[in-house]
Design a protein around this ligand. Structure first.
Ligand SMILES: Nc1ncnc2c1ncn2[C@@H]1O[C@H](COP(=O)(O)OP(=O)(O)OP(=O)(O)O)[C@@H](O)[C@H]1O
Ligand SMILES: [Mg+2]
Length: 492
């Protein structure tokens, strides 16, 4: 079964399903974007698409996987928790560019990817940081993400917010220390070991912390005298602790260095609180699957001229933090190069469990995404899980601003369908009526769609390979679409 091959600039959401009018003539599409198009053509969507349906309803196999293949040689990020999306698409994607794989589940079996050339990658935020401001931004993000899953938007509350704010700048310093620093002996820029080093350093304040010193360090900072005595061993720039981190950050002129030095001089309870907050923020990198020492460090520039980043998020643990940081970094990279790069598509299946991106990012990407050069295609079981993740207001906003939403049978998105029915202007329809003599007559009338009419019908009885969905567009009734399993198309 062919589903058309043209590459569009938008996510794919199935084929137009236009039932004949009451008088037997071909049905008419009233949706603005799809106006004048015929049954069986690809439905026009919008820059971003949410696909909403319960488990087993076909989100991955009929919509998200076809999206990955249709995107062609342009850059693609594809995330799923089980790896099923990558399994369905990686062979076809491999014909179009490099396949980077970040396996946070540790579960990818060789059989799933046999015969495909893969580049395993890992994420190291330290490798993206070049300035103090970038370090601060990353520190804030890392501290926020843990909170998001708990129903807040990462601002924290009360006591915990206080300790987080104390820890934030110190974390920024550690992140800089994990990156490149200037070696005092050779004056060479030297790689600091990345976030894995920073995490280790967070756990240890270093020697003589209470006095603020230790060799090479005084309460006021670096001891200038120290290098003049030739008998002294060289400064220790390697051992992961706060002291080394201070010296490394200082060597690249970081303004955050002094704040870590000041924290070293605090009393033990305060130091512990700061240390624990920093460790929690970087905790994801304590896991083997995240640290992935053998893998190449991913940088968004690897996707600049195409290729695919596969993220297998796994069901628990470290994934949300890691996924969040890389997606935000990719958007940042594209934002800085607006108009110079082809758009990047992010197909994020099981969005709520896998990514846990704070609402203020997601909703901003949705509202300005076409301009940023990114396209989002999000799979979720129900927008109610967004309420759990973000709280009511942000979830409502998501529903209101999502320009295209594909609702599968049984999704239970009553509010979205009701709102769409009410927002859609009345349309002219052919209405059949019986006159007194029992003869049928047809007339044209203005009719407002109802919520019930927008519900997608169940799977086709005559052809079980075909299922249906309601594609809401611009918050209005949109169109009905037909969906086919990817293995029944020329995309498999
Ligand atoms: N080769 C195949 N051809 C057609 N249908 C298939 C095939 N393999 C599985 N299915 C059907 O596809 C459906 C599962 O689709 P899919 O995995 O896309 O659902 P989903 O909405 O993504 O579910 P989940 O939320 O659990 O990931 C099931 O109904 C299953 O019976
Ligand atoms: Mg799925």
């Amino acid at each position: 079964m062919s589903t058309g091959t043209e590459i569009t600039d938008q996510p794919f959401a199935g084929l137009l399903d236009v039932p004949p009018a009451a008088d037997g003539k071909p049905g008419v599409i009233t949706d603005e974007a799809n106006y004048g198009r015929a049954d069986g053509e690809i439905a026009f969507t919008a820059p971003h698409l949410a696909v909403i349906g319960k488990t087993g309803s076909g989100k991955s196999r009929t919509v998200l996987a076809p999206n990955c293949v249709r995107w062609g040689p342009r850059a693609l990020v594809v995330m799923s928790s089980k790896g099923d999306l990558s399994e369905l698409t990686i062979r076809r994607r491999a014909q179009l560019g490099t396949q980077y794989v970040m396996d946070l589940s540790g579960e990818i079996r060789d059989s799933q990817i046999k015969g495909v050339d893969l580049t395993p990658v890992r994420i190291d935020p330290c490798s993206w940081i070049e300035t103090d401001d970038e370090a601060m931004e990353m520190a804030s993000l890392l501290m926020q993400i843990g909170d998001v899953g708990a129903g807040g938007d990462g601002q924290g509350s009360g006591d915990s917010a206080f300790w987080k704010s104390l820890a934030r700048r110190r974390l920024a310093c550690l992140l800089r220390a994990g990156g490149f620093y200037r070696d005092p002996d050779t004056q060479q820029m030297t790689w600091g070991g990345g976030i894995v080093w920073a995490l280790e350093a967070a756990e240890n304040v270093g020697p003589d912390a209470a006095e603020g010193g230790g060799r090479g360090l005084t309460q006021e900072g670096l001891d200038d005298e120290v290098d003049e005595d030739e008998d002294d061993p060289p400064l220790d720039m390697a051992t992961p602790n706060w002291k080394t981190a201070y010296m490394r950050a200082h060597s690249v002129g970081s303004r955050h260095a002094d704040s870590l030095l000041a924290a070293r001089a605090m009393d033990e309870r305060q130091r512990d609180s700061i240390g624990i907050n920093m460790q929690v923020a970087m905790g994801a990198w304590a896991m083997e699957s995240t640290a992935a020492p053998g893998a190449k460090v991913f940088n968004p520039s690897m996707l600049a001229s195409g290729g695919t980043l596969h993220i297998v998020a796994g069901m628990d643990g470290a994934a949300p933090t890691v996924v969040c940081t890389v997606l935000i970094e990719i958007v940042k990279y594209w934002r800085k190069r607006v108009g110079k790069l082809d758009p990047v598509m992010m197909v994020l299946d099981e969005f709520v469990n896998g990514a846990q991106i704070p609402a203020r990012y997601t909703n901003r990407w949705i509202s300005e995404g076409r301009g940023l050069g990114i396209r989002l295609c999000l799979g979720l079981q129900s927008t109610k899980s967004l309420t759990r993740l973000w709280g009511q207001a942000a979830a409502d906003e998501f529903r209101a601003i999502m320009p295209a939403a594909l609702i599968l049978p049984g999704a239970g998105e009553t509010q979205m369908l009701k709102d769409a029915a009410e927002t859609t202007p009345p349309e002219e329809r052919v209405v059949t009526s019986l006159d007194a003599g029992g003869r049928t007559s047809h007339s044209r009338q203005l009719v407002q769609p109802t919520h019930a009419e927008l519900l997608p019908p169940p799977r086709s009885r005559t052809d079980p390979r075909i299922s249906y969905g309601r594609l809401l567009l611009g918050g209005m009734a949109g169109v009905r679409v037909r969906l086919v399993d990817i293995t029944g198309t020329d995309l498999a």
